[in-house]
Design a protein around this ligand. Structure first.
Ligand code: NAD
Length: 297
């Protein structure tokens, strides 16, 4: 049993932390939202009254925060947690952040004798709840092996992408592809519905045909087609469009740095910007379908 400090109990962090608790780990938890903390303490976790003290007692720290600026503010700077952790502690950041930010964190962690892994995930909130996430990890092979038993309690597919930063680089390629799949699938369903087709019948046809993809199989954007999808729940409690736009912006930076044109990614970015301009950035990323039919939401 390890003493784990878990920071960030949102849509993803809460079910991930719950899975660690279920498997007998001792968890100390922290989130800015007291309700999120109460949900986990109700399941047996301890609340981190004093984050620095909790850090000093931790064998490993896991963070699941919205963006790079939140992760950096927790660990780095004048009073960041890196200063308060025991040497050799494993710091595992599961948030999706820029590769450059992950490298900055890894370099800073090394100065304090800590072990750092960038370990973003894929699989959505249903994967987090079921413990079937994919972990896409960057860091040394040795640190990866040390953290693997923890990943296996929260996920099914555990990948070592390469050295520090490689986890985030791979995750961003995946999310750019996901954004393209979501926007293109939304466009195809909207086209069929506007031409008089039933969205469920059309989705079944495409899922079993050459247009089949993860969005049609697991995350249909049209309300009522899939019972447990965010689309059938007012586009709430999923993967916020604002977070998808953050990831697409990172993809654009990575493309620019590599001198590569990514026109499909750029088209998806434009649509997610438009969605944000309409004030829908807090809705699940499948709400992008509303750009084709505003009656949807
Ligand atoms: P979320 O907004 O639901 O959760 C983030 C949590 O962090 C919130 O509860 C917030 O209160 C907390 N937080 C923010 N600043 C904090 C601080 N300083 N100290 C403590 N807690 C703080 O976001 P999410 O959907 O859980 O996503 C988290 C990360 O995982 C993001 O980087 C996202 O891109 C990535 N991700 C999300 C999904 C998904 O389907 N939702 C899937 C894969 C990856």
């Amino acid at each position: 049993m390890q003493n784990i400090l878990f920071i960030g109990l949102g849509n993803m962090g809460a079910p991930m932390a719950a899975n660690l608790l279920k498997h007998g780990h001792q968890l100390t938890v922290s989130d800015l939202n007291p309700e999120a903390v109460a949900k986990l303490t109700g399941q047996g976790a301890q609340q981190a009254e004093d984050l620095k003290q909790a850090a000093a007692h931790a064998d490993a720290v896991i963070s699941m925060l919205p963006a790079g600026k939140h992760v950096k503010s927790i660990y780095m700077g004048e009073d960041g947690l890196f200063k308060h952790l025991k040497k050799e502690t494993l710091v595992i950041d599961c948030s999706t952040i820029a590769t450059a930010e992950a490298l900055e964190l890894a370099t800073e962690a090394q100065k304090f004798g800590l072990r750092f892994l960038d370990a973003p995930v894929s699989g959505g909130i249903s994967g987090a709840a079921a413990g079937t996430l994919s972990f896409i990890v960057g860091g040394s092979k040795q640190d990866f092996e040390a953290a693997k038993p923890l990943f296996e309690l929260m996920g099914k597919n555990i990948f070592h992408a390469g050295e520090n930063g490689a986890g985030q680089t791979a995750k961003i390629c995946n999310n750019m592809l996901l954004a393209v799949l979501m926007t293109a699938t939304s466009e195809a369903i909207a086209l069929g519905v506007k031409n008089g087709l039933d969205p469920k019948i059309l989705s079944d046809i495409m899922a079993a045909s050459s247009g089949g993809n993860w969005v049609l199989d697991r995350y249909n954007p049209y309300p009522g087609v899939m019972e447990n999808s965010p689309a059938s729940n007012g586009y709430k409690n999923g993967f916020m469009s604002a977070l998808m736009l953050k990831d697409l912006n990172i993809a654009e930076s990575n493309a620019a740095a590599a001198g590569l044109a990514t026109p499909m990614g750029a088209a998806a970015t434009k649509l997610y910007r438009e969605l944000a301009e309409k004030g829908k950035e807090d809705l699940d990323f499948s709400a992008v379908i509303s750009l084709y039919d505003e009656k949807i939401i």
